[in-house]
Design a binder for this molecule. Sequence first.
Ligand code: GLN
Length: 211
Amino acid sequence: MGVLAVQGDVREHAQALSALGVTWVRVRRPGELADLDGLILPGGESTVQDKLTRALGLRDPLRAAISDGLPVYGSCAGMIMLASTVLDGEADQQTLGGMDVTVRRNAFGRQVDSFETDLRFPALTEPERPIRAVFIRAPWIEAVGPGVEVLARVPERPQGSDAGVSPAAGRVVAARQGNLFATSFHPEVTGDLRVHRYFVDLVRAARERVA
Ligand code: GLN
């Protein structure tokens, strides 16, 4: 498994993979994309990740790998990188694309840097047990295309919200389209490995289909 290592919380994702017994490599150069069976795009800052992947000559090889069907998991900034359309991006911001979703950057509000709530994520193991979702200047998914499966939403009454209706209520924060998977939140900071396990299972299933 590869972890894109141009910027962001590479180490936390790598630790989650190690905890699951998965071997991983850092990806910084186009040649390091060869022979991967899956790739994680970590959280961080999508505008910086965009500039660095372009400067390192990774943008086109990454786009080619995505269209060839490489399983990719994007968390937070990584979700932005996978999105076909970004709202509130910087003027020259580009994404890798691949997922037919519209995401809004920093959607939870500029003042609210981080926000946590439990949410239902029935596709995970132990589906009845909610997952603790940590959002850090996170995007949400504002629109999904027909091939996109919604996996989790912010609850109607998120924890910590005032009595009124929260603008975050009901927003899509995890989705999948074929071999592409994305979450707005950061499972790598909670020690709950179920989201990474979901991706590792996706990678394994994709590998078995090819074999
Ligand atoms: N706000 C960041 C961006 O636009 C994402 C934050 C994160 O990955 N924690 O890329």
